[in-house]
Design a protein around this ligand. Structure first.
Ligand code: ATP
Ligand code: LTN
Length: 332
């Protein structure tokens, strides 16, 4: 049988995930799990690069797993685990640090953004974030990394670091490829469609959180900015607001953009925004229910994490041990 390719992705644990995260990440994963050997991590080590409340971090770690499961990721098919449960991530990160230049990290867009937003806490971890991400990916000999466009630079640098290491020693790491989904790769803010919808946005009214109830979802869509003119047509340049809503509608209903446009031919913005809101709420409600049901079964969730950590460690340690050998770490 042909060997399946390896797929790796992760999300930081948090309670305020948005439909951007759902579409840009988790939803794609559920489709990909049938075609790849998948690893899905909960990146709690990345999370502490900005200050966390310890009790919240513990709680969101479990609720993230419950969300993965509620969205249909199958623990029989995929390895789901918590990053800090596999020490190889920190260990490989340290080695890769010595193959990464300070200047490269200073140029990373996310680092520059986050340093501006957290000026009081520009810690080394924040700067090292992409190297830890490279360690995540490279430990599993990953072929593909499904991520949103905002993570492109981080996947690129992972490739660079891997290539650098392979050139200096001998082929050790598989060179990973980013995988961007076509429609819905980027969902924008409902109030400012020039900006990505982001969980840390200042105004929560432009953001649909996965925890929003139906009324909240509908209310936020009703307030979404549209564009001048009255036509409901996909044209991201001239009509960024309408195009964003069409993208959201198309992703949540499984229709193409053309079909979505056809659904609203001759209709007004009011009807359009209500229909998008309903399409989104109809998908979110069952996920929220299932997540709550799973969260009540802590021993089941811990079982999934325990088995995930074991399976992940086995693969990760194999790569780490090769690396240690090549760089000359004395092995007992
Ligand atoms: P922040 O804005 O606080 O940095 P975020 O909302 O961008 O966070 P991340 O944790 O950086 O969320 O992203 C998790 C995953 O979700 C990534 O794969 C990212 O590309 C994807 N993602 C996040 N926001 C969007 C969006 N608006 N559209 C599409 N994908 C997104
Ligand atoms: N930085 C990513 C989360 C992340 C990740 C990874 C994604 C951590 N490690 C490895 C892909 C592969 C984010 O915040 N979106």
């Amino acid at each position: 049988m042909e060997e399946r390719k390896i797929l790796y992705s992760a999300i930081q644990p948090t309670n305020n995930l948005t439909i951007g995260n759902l579409i840009g990440a988790i939803k794609n994963w559920t489709n990909l799990q049938n075609d790849y050997d998948c690893y899905f991590a909960i990146a709690n080590m990345h999370a502490i690069t900005v200050r966390q409340v310890p009790a919240d971090l513990r709680q969101t770690t479990l609720s993230m797993l419950a969300l993965y499961l509620a969205c249909g990721i199958d623990p029989e098919k995929c390895v789901m685990y918590v990053q800090s449960h596999v020490p190889a991530h920190a260990e490989l990160c340290w080695v890769l640090n010595t193959f990464t230049y300070v200047g490269e990290m200073e140029r990373m867009t996310q680092f520059k953004d986050k340093s501006a937003r957290h000026a009081e806490n520009i810690n080394m971890g924040l700067m090292d974030y992409p190297v830890l991400m490279a360690a995540d990916i490279l430990l599993y000999q990953t072929d593909v990394v499904p991520v949103g466009l905002d993570q492109r630079q981080h996947v690129e640098i992972s490739r660079d670091i891997a290539q650098r290491f392979n050139n200096i020693y001998s082929p050790t790491f598989k060179i990973p490829e980013a995988l961007y989904m076509k429609v819905g790769a980027k969902i924008n803010d409902l109030l400012d469609p020039s900006k990505k919808m982001s969980k840390s946005a200042e105004n929560p009214n432009g953001v649909i959180y996965l925890s929003d109830d139906k009324d909240t979802v509908i209310r936020k869509f009703k307030r979404a900015v549209t564009d001048s003119g009255s036509e409901i047509k996909y044209d991201p340049e001239a009509k960024p607001g309408v195009s964003n809503l069409l993208t959201i509608y198309s992703v949540f209903t499984g229709k193409t953009i053309a079909e979505a446009e056809a659904d609203f031919a001759g209709k007004g913005y009011g009807d359009f925004k209500l229909a998008v809101g309903e399409a989104v709420a109809d998908k979110l409600t069952p996920i929220q229910k299932e997540q709550a049901r799973l969260l009540a079964d802590k021993s089941y969730l811990e079982g999934v994490l325990r088995s995930g950590a074991e399976r992940a460690s086995r693969t990760a340690n194999r790569t780490l041990s090769k690396v240690y050998k090549k760089i000359g770490f004395y092995q007992l």
